[in-house]
Design a protein around this ligand. Structure first.
Ligand code: F6R
Length: 611
């Protein structure tokens, strides 16, 4: 997805913009550019491809851009028009006196463009953004301030967007606004910042302010002013982000995916800290929600977060005995869902920005549900739509494929299950505490799993060398783990992979099985283990090469598989977390064996903020 950075301050503008864009690279982009104010003009530089290309072009300018103090930068993920220099942002309006960078999509851009063309405007790009640049410039040329012009143009636009603009006639000022796409202001000393995500500015400041839908913000070196669309001042508290800048550096790992897989024990520790005591008693008093009349839970989420929701269903139904439905947010939002004030809707989103999950919340609001957001991003859009928020404390997730955030989402749902069970008094206190003490072991069990895998991941990855597809099988709580394992593998190695409940194999998917379709079996514990083993045996009979996620020395696993990915014995709430780790590392290994960029898989972006 696109990234925005803005700056007003000292003569380090280019450096701040380039660093900020660098921290947003993980979101995916195909071109980049800067616009800088210089002596009554706007200087623009754009390049297709990596930020290095833009950095080289800047370097060729022999430092003539270095003294400049105000500017905006952008990384573009092509939506309207191919990834060319002409389509890269910033886009200029009028005769180059206004520059605009923009994330999101302007849905009515075609009509607006036609109307502008009819009035003689000449377009140099295929973007929807250029429409906005011309509309703003026209108003500025007509005597409006940049802020007034932006406010006027926003009234004409339909769609989702965050936008930042410069006018040659208003030196030292960046003006920005948003509608459904995120935008934050960062505070400095004698300098202030703007960005589409806090990650862009972590090296610069920890003090942030959110721009709300429809608001306009004016940023100079010494002031940050927020206005309503009608031009009235808005007072807003800033908030602090406690993520370390180093958290977005690689720190010796070959890529972010590997780093984030290894960060899981620490992320789980941070997520559980203060929420569960040594005795296993859970305290979620941070969420000011009364669960006494909750008779149904609906989880809404996308992708990996949806899989975390499926595991949450197991925990909540088992411990709290409340029926749980888990819905894919993009389906739920159009499903005319049923519910009432006693329905608790839990919306899970690492980024807190995913459009479908936000829309699902709005649907739930229609029938008066209580909404609890589970997110990794403090102050994100989702937190402002919800009645209460439970933060996962995974730290910044840079790799597109979610790993540590998934683990923390599952842990938070487990905490919620324990809290709901307690509120409803459906289980003896001691049994709940025992489950709680089990959950506290998550960090160490996940660490033990990572340490115990060693060479096995490579051996298992070798099975995929000649594969044309693969199947991930599990039952009960191992089924969501299978789904997640298949998603990880397909998204970063591009190998078609399906997750299935192993009991469903004989109803169709078994037709896929042969020696070129490895089967990854998550054996699990409890009543379904034996059933899973017999299902897997049927695949062996059809020539499958099986990899088992099981305990070291497990006889049945040895019989049916060529490689065991060993997992330690773990309490029930922790076992899906433990079983996910080898699958994450397997996907990573298969993709790197294929020479692929695991952090930025093709066609994917970190958060899906457009429909
Ligand atoms: C897969 C992955 C995605 C996200 C999904 C939801 O590895 O990362 O499937 O889980 O796009 O994103 P959030 O949680 O930000 O709403």
């Amino acid at each position: 997805m696109c990234g925005i950075v803005g700056y007003a301050g000292r003569d380090r503008c280019v450096e701040v913009l380039m660093e900020g864009l660098g921290h947003l690279e993980y979101r995916g982009y195909d071109s980049a550019g800067l616009a800088l104010q210089t002596e009554g003009r706007i200087e623009r530089i754009r390049e297709v491809g990596r930020l290095e290309n833009l950095a080289r072009t800047i370097a060729r300018r022999n430092g003539d851009l270095s003294p400049l103090r105000t500017g905006v930068g952008h990384t573009r993920w092509a939506t309207h028009g191919r990834p060319t220099e002409e389509n890269a942002h910033p886009q200029l309006g009028g005769n180059g006196t206004v520059a605009v960078v923009h994330n999101g999509i302007i849905e009515n851009f075609a009509e607006l463009k036609e109307e502008l063309q009819g009035r003689g405007f000449r377009f140099r790009s295929e973007t929807d953004t250029e429409v906005m640049a011309h509309l703003i410039a026209e108003r500025v040329d007509g005597g409006e301030s940049l802020r007034e012009a932006l406010a006027g143009v926003l009234r004409q636009l339909e769609g989702t967007f965050a936008v930042a603009a410069l006018s040659a006639g208003e030196p030292g000022k960046v003006v920005a606004a948003r509608h459904q796409s995120p935008l934050v202001v960062g505070f400095g000393e004698g300098e202030n910042f703007l960005a589409s995500a806090v990650q862009a500015l972590l090296g610069e400041t920890s003090q942030f302010l959110h721009v709300e839908n429809g608001e306009i913000v004016e940023v100079t070196d010494s002031s940050v002013e927020v206005f309503t669309p009608e031009g009235e001042h808005v007072e807003r508290e800033s908030f602090e982000v406690d993520w370390e800048a180093e958290a977005v550096e690689l720190g010796g790992y070959r890529d972010y995916m590997l780093k984030e897989i290894h960060e899981q024990p620490a992320a789980l520790g941070a997520t559980l800290l203060g929420r569960i005591d040594v005795d296993g008693a859970v305290d979620l008093s941070e969420i000011d929600l009364d669960f006494t009349d909750t008779d149904r839970v609906v989880v809404v989420a996308c992708g990996t977060a949806y899989h975390a929701g499926l595991l949450g269903k197991h925990a909540i139904e088992k411990l709290a005995r409340i029926p749980v439905e888990v819905e894919i947010a993009s389906e739920y939002r159009y499903a005319d869902p049923i519910g009432n004030e006693s329905t608790l809707v839990v919306a899970i989103s690492q980024s807190g920005e995913t459009t479908d999950t936000l829309a699902a919340i709005q649907e739930a609001r229609r029938f008066g549900a209580k909404v609890l957001a589970v997110t990794n991003t403090r102050g994100s859009l989702i937190t402002r739509e919800a009645d209460a928020v439970l933060l996962t404390k995974a730290g910044p997730e840079i790799c597109v494929a979610s790993t540590k955030a998934f683990a923390c989402q599952v842990a938070v749902l487990d905490l919620l299950a324990l809290q709901l069970a307690r509120a409803r008094g459906v289980m003896p206190e001691e049994a709940l505490r025992e489950a709680g003490r089990g959950l506290r072991l998550a960090p160490e069990k996940v660490e033990e799993t990572i340490q115990g895998l060693g060479e096995r991941v490579g051996e298992a990855a070798a099975v995929f060398e000649a594969a044309r597809c693969s199947l991930f099988l599990g039952r009960g709580i191992s089924y969501p783990v299978a789904l997640e394992g298949a998603l990880k593998l397909k998204e970063i190695s591009y190998l078609p992979s399906e997750g299935y409940p192993s009991g469903e194999m004989k109803h169709g998917p078994i037709a896929l099985v042969d020696e070129y379709c490895p089967v990854v079996a998550i054996l699990g514990d409890g009543v379904v283990r034996e059933k899973t083993i017999s299902n897997v045996e049927e695949t062996v009979a059809r020539g499958a090469n099986v990899i088992a996620v099981a305990r070291e020395g497990d006889r049945a696993a040895q019989r049916i598989s060529g490689v065991i990915l060993p997992v330690p014995e773990a309490p029930e709430l922790v076992s899906p977390l433990v079983a996910s780790v080898p699958l994450q590392l397997l996907a990573h290994h298969v993709a790197t064996d294929r020479g692929l960029d695991v952090d930025k898989p093709r066609n994917l972006a970190k958060s899906v903020t457009v429909e």
